[in-house]
Every structure is written in structure tokens, then in C-alpha cells.
Design a protein around this ligand. Sequence first.
Ligand code: 13P
Length: 334
Amino acid sequence: MSIDQLAETAQAMVAAGKGIIAIDESNATIKKRFDGVGIECTEENRRAYREMLLTTPKLGDYISGAILYDETLRQSTKAGVPFTKVMMDNGILPGIKVDKGAMPLAGFPGELVTEGLDGLRDRLKEYAKLGAKFAKWRAVITIGEDMPSGTCIEANCHALARYAALCQEAGIVPMVEPEVLMDGSHDIDTCYEITEVTLRSLFGSLYEHNIMLEGTILKASMVVSGKDCAEQAGIEEVAEMTLRCLKSSVPATLPGIVFLSGGQSDEDATAHLNAMNQMGPNPWPLSFSYGRAMQSAALKIWSKDLVGNVAAAQQTVYARARDNGLAALGKWKK
Ligand code: 13P
């Protein structure tokens, strides 16, 4: 795989007015989402739910790619068409979550390190054969008293770089995701500081591991006030601080940055992205790779009637894709 092919995929992921839908919840995480709306977490319900999302009519108007979970990458529609074929036919690139989750970092109570490097080379080879064009690895950085430690940031960024190198070797574009959690009572300045330190460490590690940045996408968390902070920053402040932080730490050669929603409301996630694009031009396309902010409204509708409400749920998925696609151009209106 040449750098040109990786770069082409990366650019397609952040094509103007398009973004990513993250539907890569592990079975444990999707169980939590299903529990929340009273759906039993069976393999068939997970398949049917992902079929509803992926067969949304005209989803490709605003969606360039979807991140799947291992089980989903191997599944098909009820009519027997592999999900990967449905996606490619609609111009949607298949992506795959390849990390094995964030585990407690030994010696650092309360901090996490993402696992999954062992055997990753072989898994990536198989994923490439199954049709995956890009991958995702999520590192989790927690803000708290005396947290995060430098050790936690370095260990996670080192793992992200090793994962990225293996992806590029397999011809798969790595999406690198260092998520600074919103949980906590810290203010937005603290979030800025931690996000900047984390991103600088990440790009230092990517440089040390010979990662081709032209074939890499960053999935970033926005700079926001902690969820329990008394003073909540407004839309403009979040957009301005996030842009400043990214500009001070992310090389301009990167083909694009997509954001996670991280527990923001649907409307905030869209409004923040829209505001950042209105403040442009920026060094990179800025788009979305939302999980909850793309799905939660549709899941609620679907849960009330798994067969009868498919079309209504899909209309909501399409509406969220359109709003976020417009926000990726700075053209969204409330
Ligand atoms: P949220 O947008 O729900 O944070 O999920 C995105 C994601 O893929 C986190 O890894």
C-alpha cells in the first residue's frame, strides 16, 4: 500500500460536508445503551439495530465512513447482503475499532491505558481482507486530582503510535483518538492544558514511530468545561479554545480532524462543530465522528418498535447526519 492510497482514503474520510458515524460500541457498551431503552442485548438485536443505521436511505450524502465493531464487520442485512457491501455501494468507507478497551494502569490508581497491541498485526490483515479501510484506537485520559500523570499520557500515546504504524503497514488508515474525558469538576482552562499536553505527546510519539501523517486522521475531544464544573463555557468559547489548542499542537500536514461527542447533547455537538468551521479557514478540514450524538435520538425511536419504527428512526439518523454535515461546512442553522 502506497502513501498515496492511504492519503486518498484519509482525504475521503473528511470530504467536504461529510463525517463519520461511530457505531463501534463493544458488546458491553451497546448493552448499556440497549438497557437504557429496554432492548435485550442479543446478537440479532445488535445486528438489526446496525442494519437500521447502515441502510438509512441516502446516508452517504453526509457520511463518508462508519466505524464498526468486530462482530458488525462480519454481519449482513436480513436479506444476506454483507454490511461492508451495503456501505461501499453507498460510498461509505468501512472502519473498524481495533483496540481492546481501556484497562486500569497498574501503579496509577484511577488512570487507564488502552490494550490491544498483541496480535494486532494479524488482526489488521484479516480486517483489511474483510474490507476495512480505516481503523480506530481510543485512549482515555482522565482529569482529576493529580491526574493525568505524565506516565499515563506517555503510555497511551506510545500505544497509539504503535497501533498507527501497524495500521499503515496493513494499508489501513489509523484514526488516532486520545479522548480527554469531560467527567469532573475542572474548568475549561484545565481541559485546554491537558488536551494540549496530550496532543503534543501524541504527535511526538507518531513522529518517533515514523507515522505518515498524510495517511492519518485525528479523532479529538473538544476543549470543554468539566461536566460538573459550576461555570459552563458557551458555544463560542468552546469553539475558540478548541481551535487554539489544535493549532498549537497538530501539524498542518494532517489531512483532517474529526471530533467525538463524548456525552455532549446532540445540539451542542453540532453547534460546536459549526462554530469552529465558521471561525475558519482552518489548517485542516474539521468534521465529526460522533457515536451518541449521531445515534441516541434514533435509538429511542427504534426501541419502541423494532420493525415498525425502522423508517422513522432512519429519518432521524439522516437528519442528524445532515445537521452535522452542514456543521462541517459552517453552514448549519439552528
Ligand atoms: P461518542 O461520540 O459517543 O463520544 O463516541 C465516539 C467514539 O467513537 C468514542 O470512541
